[in-house]
Ligand binder design. Sequence first.
Ligand code: FAD
Length: 199
Amino acid sequence: MEHVVIVGGGFAGVWSAAGAALARGDADLRVTLVAPNEHMVLRPRLYEPEPDLAKVELGRVLGPIGVEHVRATVSAIDTERRVLVADGEQLGYDRLVLAAGSALVPPRDLPGAERLFDIDTLDGARRLTEHLRGRDGCTAVVVGAGFVGLEAATALADRGRVLLVDRSDVVGHQLGPGRAGRSSRRWTGWASSAACGRP
Ligand SMILES: Cc1cc2nc3c(=O)[nH]c(=O)nc-3n(C[C@H](O)[C@H](O)[C@H](O)COP(=O)(O)OP(=O)(O)OC[C@H]3O[C@@H](n4cnc5c(N)ncnc54)[C@H](O)[C@@H]3O)c2cc1C
């Protein structure tokens, strides 16, 4: 029986698993997804005040479509032999989808880094939520006025003062010239401060 193995349980991995299950039809095809996490994390929602709501149990999605979930971390892939190593165990495959995603590398050596937070992962978002507990009225500095920075700043503005810092002259410059200008005016005229432009 052919074996499709997918590494990663994020959007790309789960979408690939669903695609393989759909394409399988009546064919004899085994589909396995390897990821250490029990949940798929909806990363675009991690700026919300309750990040634990932004996750979906992988078993609930993969079970009904006949995809096996191996909870493990892949440490090596031998493409010649078509074998990977997951938590020390070898797993053979005929087709491999590598969907291991991305991870933020925070600048831990910066002075004051102990007060740096991110919303890249569920754990990161939980740490920020925990830090903010009981701190209504505090000042938060958001570095980066792109999509994620704007979402984070907007959510944080409910809690206190927000200073949004970006090297671009306008807020949300990735939105394109017209929208960025409108977003910039709305933002600066709204509740908080935006410090834009190169230092
Ligand atoms: C705050 C925030 C807001 C965002 N907003 C948007 C938005 O509005 N619109 C948009 O399009 N995108 C948005 N994004 C980006 C989007 O969330 C990501 O592009 C998407 O989640 C990436 O999915 P992925 O499956 O490629 O990778 P990931 O989500 O990184 O998933 C990777 C998976 O691989 C697993 N894995 C990693 N290494 C291994 C290994 N060695 N062995 C086994 N498994 C492994 C991980 O455990 C995880 O399950 C946002 C991201 C963030 C953080």
